[in-house]
Design a binder for this molecule. Structure first.
Ligand code: RB5
Length: 151
C-alpha cells in the first residue's frame, strides 16, 4: 500500500521507526515533514501534506505524528474526506478502521513509546471497515461535510 507519513520535529524519531517498519513490510512510503528532531517544523504543514496526498490520490492511507498527536489530527480533520483517528492504543486503532473507516492515523510521539506505536500501526494497517450500520454513520459524516463546506 502507498502510505503518506509526515510529522513535526517532536514526531520525527517515531516517524523514522514507523517508516522503517512499514518499508520492511513492503509498503511504499511517501514521506514529508520535519527533517530532524532539532529543527522546529510546524505540525500544521505536516498534517496538510498527508491530507493532500490522500485527497489527491497520491496515497491510500496516512499516518501523522506530532508530540501529542492532537494538533496534527485537528489539522487533518479540517480536510473534507479525511477521517483522522488519534489513537493511544491498539483497540482504538482497530475500531477506527472497523467502525469509522479512518484513512489517517494520528499518534503522539510524547505519549506512546515506539513498541506500542508499532502495534497501533499494525492494527490500523491490518483492519478493514465493517460497513453495514457503520457505513450509514460514515455517510452521515460525508453529508455533514457537504453541508458545511458547500460553496
Ligand atoms: C510541539 O512542541 C508540539 O506542540 C506539537 O508536537 C504537538 O504536540 C501539537 O499538538
Amino acid at each position: 500500500m502507498i502510505i503518506s507519513i509526515a510529522s513535526d520535529h517532536a514526531g520525527y524519531p517515531l516517524r523514522r521507526s514507523v517508516c522503517d517498519y512499514l518499508t520492511k513490510q513492503g509498503h511504499t512510503i511517501v514521506e514529508g515533514g520535519a527533517t530532524s528532531a532539532e529543527v522546529p517544523y510546524s505540525y500544521v504543514l505536516a498534517g496538510q501534506k498527508v491530507s493532500k496526498d490522500i485527497l489527491e490520490g497520491n496515497a491510500e492511507r496516512g499516518i501523522v505524528i506530532c508530540g501529542t498527536g492532537i494538533g496534527i489530527s485537528m489539522v487533518a480533520n479540517k480536510f473534507p474526506g479525511i477521517r483522522c483517528a488519534l489513537c493511544t492504543n491498539e483497540y482504538m486503532a482497530r475500531m477506527s478502521r472497523q467502525h469509522n473507516d479512518a484513512n489517517v492515523l494520528s499518534m503522539g510521539a510524547r505519549v506512546v513509546g515506539s513498541s506500542l506505536a508499532l502495534g497501533i500501526v499494525d492494527a490500523f494497517m491490518s483492519e478493514g471497515f465493517d460497513g453495514g450500520r457503520h457505513q450509514t454513520r460514515v455517510n452521515d459524516i460525508k453529508e455533514q461535510e457537504k453541508d458545511l463546506f458547500k460553496s
